[in-house]
Write a protein that binds this ligand. Structure first.
Ligand SMILES: [Zn+2]
Ligand SMILES: [Zn+2]
Length: 267
């Protein structure tokens, strides 16, 4: 198995992460990474509970850490740009993600809590989870035009609390067709992250689900491992196991950042 040694989906205490920029960099160095990309949550004026708050201070600290450890690791400054978030003036890469369902002028978070998601389905979608599923994937389908990200973030985040089919049946034709219509909108060669954040938390499997990985392979997508790390321990967690799993799903290679360059790694 290749040693991927790179992760560019990394949060810090400047948004909703637990650890500092420096501690994340030191953990990546200790894990033998050659590249670490930071991806703060873009500013979302309608919900400031988890997004970046002090952007100038963040950039100052990122620049300091990048310079301090330049001889040991390549540090990139990217962003996890929400579909409805504000694009920063500069970023080394953009992860495009959908975290909210937008109905009229209102934004409803998908991944805040199961209770909140249930209230949204009941109150906004008349109790029909597949209506929420369709709304979610309709928004994912707009990412290529709205953001044109370098990397597509957690493609099926709508399943975040769906362990055991708690909200909907992922084998129901209504779920499958909604997900596939978004998959059909991805440009050829799109880089889709294989997000291990939920795996680390122990609340479910990878995003995208294995069946969706196969569908994305068939559509010519490329894949990048991503810790979606909110603490130091999450960096690189289960990368080897997931490489093996992806290989069994027909993924022949992964892409990764090696410094600022995107390179392909055979599986
Ligand atoms: Zn996200
Ligand atoms: Zn994230």
């Amino acid at each position: 198995m290749p040693f991927i040694k790179s992760n560019v989906h990394t949060h810090t205490a400047f948004c909703d992460g637990k650890d500092s920029v420096e501690d994340m960099a030191l953990a990546a160095i200790a894990a033998g990474f050659d590249t670490l990309g930071f991806s703060f949550h873009s500013y979302t004026p309608f919900d400031t509970s988890y997004c970046i708050r002090d952007y100038p201070a963040y950039i100052r600290e990122l620049t300091r850490v990048k310079q301090t450890y330049a001889d040991r690791i390549s540090i990139l400054g990217g962003v996890e740009l929400d579909l409805f978030g504000e694009r920063p003036p500069h970023s080394d890469f953009v992860i495009g993600s959908v975290h909210y369902l937008k109905e009229g002028e209102n934004f409803y978070p998908v991944d805040e809590s199961p209770q909140k998601l249930k209230r949204v389905i009941d109150g906004v979608y008349s109790g029909d989870p597949y209506a929420a599923v369709r709304a979610f994937y309709a928004q994912v389908a707009t990412l290529p035009r709205a953001i044109a990200p370098d990397i597509y973030g957690h493609f099926d985040l709508i399943t975040v609390f769906n362990k055991g089919g708690a909200f909907f049946d992922e084998w129901d034709a209504r779920y499958i067709s909604a997900a596939l219509s978004a998959a059909d909108c991805l440009p050829k060669g799109a880089v889709v992250e294989v997000n291990l954040g939920r795996l680390f938390k122990g609340t479910g499997g990878i995003y995208p689900s294995p069946w969706l990985v196969r569908e994305l392979v068939a559509r010519g997508c490329r894949f990048m491992l991503s810790s979606d790390a909110h603490c130091t321990q999450a960096l690189g967690y289960m990368f080897d196991e997931v490489c093996r799993k992806l290989n069994s799903l027909g993924v022949k290679s992964l892409v990764r950042y090696h410094g600022a360059a995107l390179e392909e790694v055979e599986l």
